[in-house]
Design a protein around this ligand. Structure first.
Ligand code: AMP
Length: 393
């Protein structure tokens, strides 16, 4: 069966066409600058690559063109081969505790959370509506970034603020990257043939979050009410003292929104290094002796190590630590910097085993108290698997 896994942004639409159950990627691609003058798209399949500049007035036009290309290039013989479309949806609030078949009513319920994910949710919904229009007979499934974290207890998801902020405005920790953490947990528990694992999952890419998981249930996660909280990231600050915001507002005359924008886009590795939010640039500068790049890397590694120590405590001793996403999968240097900062947990990295990128591997020594694995994430596959399950019911 072929399933399309879709991630729609406000002006983009990313897709992967996956054959299940053998998990083969049949085609993948990206429609960019939808609704803007210089829109274009790229489709990769079978070693071929299509790149075209073409007017993409809206998401429905992009979906129609995608369908045309799939048929014209014989990627599918007829559109009937596409049995389901799975959509990444950022925010399902506290209401959505698992992936869902989508219809107009469910979309209306999801739209209630647009306010909590204003950059993503309306765009995700637009993507679903485009597929409903172009492929009216194909079932759509919503896979939320927030659902995996819905098992957290009140003690973890509440903030110690006036309780009415929670009851009146829904202010609580929601957590994000849930699909990635869930995929990593599933992969490592299948590999180790255990469904009772206590895992500290570290998703460290441009955005980053850690997650403490016990037997498939999330105990705690580092992102919060929004994806700005937790560890230091590429351009996001992670946790800071909230009093900094009104203080800097007074000093600079900026609005609260402008300061939050600085915390989202001008902080993290970029803010400290002054060079880039891309860890490769920061790493290169650090290797050349740039002091702020070295400082940025040290801070970055330390914040992650601190969260690992806290989560090890919450799990009463983790069985496994996993690293994934851009840096976790590819940066042997950052992996080493992090693991070297959790020596107090008896965790030790094996430099020879750590010398690779982009694969599933054990990177800790035989006598490391907690084994550390690199587990490449695959959110697209997780979305496709959920879709297959729901449409087959
Ligand atoms: P993601 O958001 O998961 O795509 O991760 C993006 C981050 O991963 C960026 O900061 C990249 O610099 C980083 N990254 C990707 N490849 C490498 C690499 N080979 N070495 C170091 N960092 C990398």
């Amino acid at each position: 069966m072929k399933i399309l896994s879709v991630n729609a942004g406000s002006s983009s639409l990313k897709f992967t066409l996956i054959e299940l159950p053998n998990r083969e990627v049949v085609a993948s691609g990206l429609f960019e600058k939808i609704g803007l003058p210089d829109s274009k798209y790229t489709i990769k399949y079978n070693g071929e690559k299509i790149v075209k500049d073409r007017a993409l007035e809206d998401h429905s036009v992009a979906v129609s063109i995608l369908m045309e290309e799939l048929v014209n290039n014989n990627i599918v013989k007829t559109l009937d081969e596409i049995e389901g479309v799975g959509h990444r949806i950022l925010h399902g609030g506290s209401e959505f505790t698992k992936s869902m078949l989508l219809d107009e009513d469910v979309l209306k319920r999801i739209a209630k959370y647009n306010e909590l994910g204003p950059l993503h949710n309306p765009a995700n919904i637009m993507g679903v509506e485009a597929f409903m229009k172009v492929l009216p007979n194909v079932k759509n499934v919503g896979v939320f970034d927030t659902t995996f974290h819905q098992t957290m207890k009140e003690t973890e998801y509440l903030y110690p603020v006036p309780y009415e902020w929670y009851t009146d405005y829904g202010i609580r920790k929601y957590g994000f990257h849930g699909t990635s953490h869930r995929y990593v947990y599933k992969t490592i528990s299948e590999y180790l043939k255990r469904d009772d694992l206590k895992v500290i999952s570290c998703h460290i890419g441009n955005g980053g979050s850690l997650c403490a998981i016990d037997s498939g249930k999330v105990i705690d996660t580092s992102m919060g009410f929004t994806p700005l909280a937790g560890i230091m990231m590429g351009s996001r600050s992670g946790d800071i003292d909230p009093s900094i915001i009104p203080f800097v507002m007074k000093k600079t005359g900026k609005t609260a929104e402008e300061i939050v924008n600085d915390l989202n886009k001008k902080s993290g590795l970029l803010g400290i290094s002054g060079i880039s939010s891309d860890s490769r640039d920061v790493e290169n500068a650090a290797n050349e002796g740039n002091e702020r790049a070295i400082l940025a890397q040290e801070m970055y590694a330390q914040k992650i190590a601190n969260y690992i120590a806290v989560y090890n405590n919450m799990l009463n001793g983790a069985d496994v630590i996993t690293l994934t996403a851009g840096l976790g999968e590819n940066s042997k240097n950052m992996r080493k910097m992090i693991i070297d900062r959790i020596k107090s947990l008896g965790v030790k990295i094996d430099d020879e085993k750590n010398d690779f990128r982009g694969e599933f591997r054990l990177i800790s020594t035989d006598d490391s108290k907690i084994p550390v694995y690199v587990v490449p994430t695959n959110e697209e596959l997780m979305i496709a698997l959920d879709t297959m399950e729901l449409i087959s019911k």
